[in-house]
Design a protein around this ligand. Structure first.
Ligand SMILES: [Zn+2]
Ligand SMILES: [Zn+2]
Length: 329
């Protein structure tokens, strides 16, 4: 029996625990992957803290890159040896109202990697082949990992934000550092909003081509066409709303956020909109990975060995990372 190693959340609120168990066999339609890198996403903190519905115990991690080592019956889309990425959307029902309307991100009976099915804080993972992506050759395993959620959900958020030229990014972490490059590559002006006094993140944002960087409480030099909020901080919503022009959009890209304080209706009036982004579709993944390769997106990463996952999560919680943290088993 071959053993795999993983870091598992036993119960919400507790540190992850190192476990060893038998490598699972892929069922029909599934592939077994040897993990070479797994990005750490803020959602992993929400799962660890019990802030979103999850199955426990669970192995977190939904920015998984690895090579296929075994194929289940009918998973013929891939071959042994192929390099693939496993994203947050692990499976959908295919028959609900949303699935049938090409909105599988809103499926009524979804499975999410690292939340309702085991994820990539591990040496091995079993995934539904239909939801895995091929990774463009230009990215290394570690570089590609943050593209699979930070990049991909950010891309969905940017698409929902519309074609406006002036885009604000609130919270300059893993997602924003990728989306800033996408926005600049598309010829937009990108405005980066960070915690007050976080000069390091503001310098980082400017180094990636942002036209302006400042504190979230500051008013940008021009009204924004749209704002994307990546930080899980509800007070940013009324701030972002004040920064967008008439008809502008505020897109909340996270899965969880602290409560949004009340604000004057006048700040919403003028056909401003607030909307949320939920999950991803496979089309988001295919289109984003193609765009990321074409624009030559560079991810900034800090790697941690698998057994130091708790340390990596603590660094993310403190905001002590530039770019994205990636676990390497
Ligand atoms: Zn469905
Ligand atoms: Zn994520």
């Amino acid at each position: 029996m071959t053993l795999m190693r993983a870091m598992q959340i036993e119960r919400p609120g507790e540190p992850l625990r190192a476990i060893e168990r038998a490598v699972p066999a892929p069922a029909a339609g599934e592939v077994l992957i040897r993990v070479s890198a797994c990005g750490i996403c803020r959602t992993d903190l929400h799962v660890a803290d019990g802030e979103i519905p999850a199955r426990y115990p669970v192995i977190p991690g939904h920015e998984v890159v690895g090579h296929i080592i075994e194929i289940g019956a009918g998973a013929g889309k891939f071959a042994v040896g192929d390099r693939v990425g496993v994203p947050w959307l692990g499976h959908t029902c295919g028959v609900c109202l949303f699935c049938r309307a090409h909105r599988e991100n809103l499926c009524d009976r979804p499975e999410f990697t690292g939340c309702s099915r085991d994820g990539g804080y591990a040496t091995h993972i079993v995934a539904d082949a239909a939801y895995c992506f091929r990774i463009p050759d230009r990215f290394s395993d570690v570089e590609a990992a943050p593209l699979l959620c930070a990049g991909l959900i950010g891309w969905r958020a940017l698409r929902l934000a519309g074609d406006g030229r002036r885009i604000g990014l609130y919270g300059f972490g893993a997602a924003a550092h990728i989306l800033a490059q996408v926005g600049v590559g598309q010829g937009r002006e990108v405005y980066a909003f960070t915690r007050r006094g976080d000069k390091e993140s503001q310098d980082f944002a400017r180094s990636l081509g942002c036209a302006w960087a400042g504190a979230s409480e500051e008013k940008p030099p021009y009204s924004l066409d749209a704002a994307l909020i990546f930080a899980p901080v509800g007070t940013l919503v009324p701030l972002a709303l004040k920064a967008v022009r008439k008809g502008g959009r505020v897109v909340c890209a996270g899965i969880h956020m602290s409560d949004i304080p009340s604000f004057p209706y006048a700040d919403l009036w003028g056909e401003r909109e607030i909307l949320s982004v939920a999950n991803l579709t496979r089309d988001d993944g295919d289109s984003f990975l193609a765009v990321a390769a074409e624009l030559g997106i560079r991810t900034t990463t800090t790697t941690f060995p698998l057994d130091r996952a708790n340390e990596a999560l603590a660094a993310l919680r403190k905001g002590a990372l530039n770019g994205a943290a990636v676990l390497v088993p």
